[in-house]
Unconditional design. Structure first.
Length: 330
């Protein structure tokens, strides 16, 4: 049985400096979702009050809504929105092609995306996020209450203490075995958790993540399965997992699979696949297609299967079965 000798630590690195908020502008005759604005931004940043505000970001690049149940309408050139605690609504549908970085905070929040790049950071899994390019969910407690809803391109769920599974085919996120969120239109997923499970759908999926025990399964489409993060400021994982391992299986498409830091079992299945081992002794199995298998730093096993395959053991004493072999000592 997999044992964890230390707790996973998730560190979410936030890009961009948080400039100190200046005094907010007084409201003019502007509205947000039909409601008169109580605050309209004019300077570099706009600051809300502890009460329930209606904020139009106006010319401000940074918006700090503070506490209260706030309504925030984002307009160019705003790039950072901090909703604060409370049941907030952030509407970026009129923000143009600006990249929006939204931090929703605690509470039952709602985010409405726009035509630009929408990167949304949520506290927990109970929010409603529409049309986000990526939604990043940090989970610190067991899932309770009504599951949230997330639509757009990608979903990331990070938890130091709870196992996480994302199934893009059933449109569901579970945390600690409990239904935590519903998905729609998602094709990319990232998980950091003690046990991290990702299952794809019929689209070309991007599945990535890390943990003590990792399972990634591609389905239809040409998928990318990779151990690790997705962007530079994705969370890092620190652990001393006894028996750290990963299993990654492709589907019928032309898949690209790269393992995690522990013992990897990488399976291409059908299609012309590329498999890459990592730092431990890995097992790489192609399939019926024309596969390219590359080992890692230790003694690996590479078996091409059907098709005309290439096996490159790289470092270590490797065992290969393929039509073309390099660096295979056994």
């Amino acid at each position: 049985m997999l044992r964890r000798s230390t707790t996973l630590v998730v560190i979410a690195l936030v890009t961009g400096a948080l400039s100190a908020p200046s005094s907010s502008a007084s409201a003019t005759a502007q509205t947000c979702q039909g409601r008169p604005a109580t605050i309209v931004g004019t300077g570099p940043d706009v600051q809300g009050t502890p009460g329930d505000d209606v904020i139009v970001t106006g010319g401000s690049q940074f918006a700090y809504a503070a506490a209260g149940n706030d309504l925030v309408c984002v307009s160019p050139p705003a790039v950072y929105v901090y909703a604060g605690d409370g049941d907030d609504v952030v509407d970026a549908s009129e923000a143009g092609v600006t990249q929006i970085n939204a931090y929703l905070g605690a509470g039952l929040d709602r985010y409405v995306g726009g035509p630009g790049q929408n990167l949304v950071h949520a506290d927990g899994t109970d929010d409603t996020v529409t049309d986000a390019d990526w939604a990043y969910l940090t989970v610190t407690a067991p899932a309770t209450g009504t599951p949230g809803t997330y639509t757009g391109g990608g979903i990331a769920v990070w938890s130091a203490d709870h196992d996480v599974e994302i199934d893009l085919d059933t449109h569901m996120v579970t945390v600690g075995g409990v239904h935590a969120a519903n998905l729609s239109g998602i094709v990319g997923a990232n998980v950091v958790a003690p046990r991290a499970v990702l299952r794809g759908n019929a689209a070309d999926n991007y599945l990535s993540g890390s943990g003590c025990d990792v399972l990634f399964v591609g389905k239809g489409g040409s998928d990318t399965l990779i151990g690790g993060g997705i962007v530079e400021d994705a969370p890092q994982i620190k652990s001393e997992c006894e028996g750290m391992k990963a299993t990654m299986r492709g589907g019928p498409g032309d898949d690209n699979i790269k393992g995690w830091l522990g013992l990897n079992r990488l399976v291409g299945n059908a299609g012309n696949d590329e498999l890459q081992g990592r730092s431990r002794s890995d097992v790489l199995l192609g399939g019926s297609g024309r596969d390219d298998l590359r080992g890692g730093n230790e003694s690996d096993v590479l078996r091409g299967g059907g098709g005309r395959d290439t096996a490159d053991g790289q470092n270590g004493r490797d065992r290969c079965v393929a039509e073309r072999e390099r660096g295979c000592e056994r």
